[in-house]
Ligand binder design. Structure first.
Ligand SMILES: [Zn+2]
Ligand SMILES: [Zn+2]
Length: 231
């Protein structure tokens, strides 16, 4: 364990923040995301906190990441005004949230009432509890592309996967891109390219689209359960 990791663990185990929702000194770190791009660590971390008093969730982003967003936003102001303003707005909101949830150095760690991670679900087949068994956070060049969550039923052992809204949007755009490419091959290319390109792009696009439909269906069929701590 290197020094940075040791310091992080110390912070995670001991850090309590003030909740920006209910102002109680009872928010604790539940998940730290190490952002990866194609499996390579980017050094960007996002910390997800959960208030053990009211159940509220919030994220604290790294200061370095916010500085990069501000710089990009200022550069974009000169070229694409709305995009620049949007980035500056995101940075402002993140900084404001971090200021509203300061570390409470003297607070003791509250007892954990709220589970961490994605919500549990009820199995569509046997009505038993399904727990999340794997979470994959997708991002590309630091742009979050949503999360894919695998579930397993504690009753019948059935497995299924669902995505977050961002994941569905990403998947839909990627599927449309490949289906569009298939149409492009069919219309603009001659000979062998016409059939090979259209078939390969079309098959991949359809496979992505069927993945989207399957996950959305499981998302709908296996409803989310409220946290045990919530009334
Ligand atoms: Zn709270
Ligand atoms: Zn089941």
């Amino acid at each position: 364990m290197d020094r940075a990791e040791a310091e992080f663990r110390k912070a995670r185990d001991g850090e309590v923040r003030r909740c920006p929702r209910c102002a109680q000194p009872s928010a604790v770190l539940i998940v730290d995301w190490q952002e990866e791009v194609y499996g390579i660590k980017t050094g960007v971390t996002t910390r997800e906190y959960r208030c053990q008093s009211c159940g509220g969730r919030f994220k604290i982003h790294g200061k370095r990441e916010n500085t990069i967003i501000v710089l990009l936003g200022v550069v974009l102001l000169f070229f694409v005004l709305p995009a620049g303003l949007l980035l500056l707005f995101i940075a402002w909101r993140r900084a404001r949230l971090a200021a509203k949830a300061p570390v409470q150095p003297d607070a003791r760690i509250p007892s954990i009432r709220y589970q961490e991670g994605p919500p549990r679900r009820r199995c569509a087949a046997c009505a038993n509890l399904c727990r999340p068994v794997r979470v994959a956070k997708e991002s590309h060049n630091g742009i979050p592309l949503g999360m894919e969550i695998d579930y397993e039923c504690s009753g019948c052992g059935r497995q299924f996967a669902v995505g977050t809204t961002g994941f569905y949007i990403t998947l839909a755009f990627t599927a449309l891109f490949f289906l569009g490419a298939a149409a492009g091959f069919w219309i603009f290319q001659g000979n062998l390219w016409k059939y090979a390109g259209a078939f390969a792009s079309g098959a991949f696009g359809l496979w992505l689209a069927s993945d989207l439909v399957r996950k959305a269906r499981d998302d709908f069929a296996n409803p989310r359960l409220p946290d045990p701590g919530m009334r």
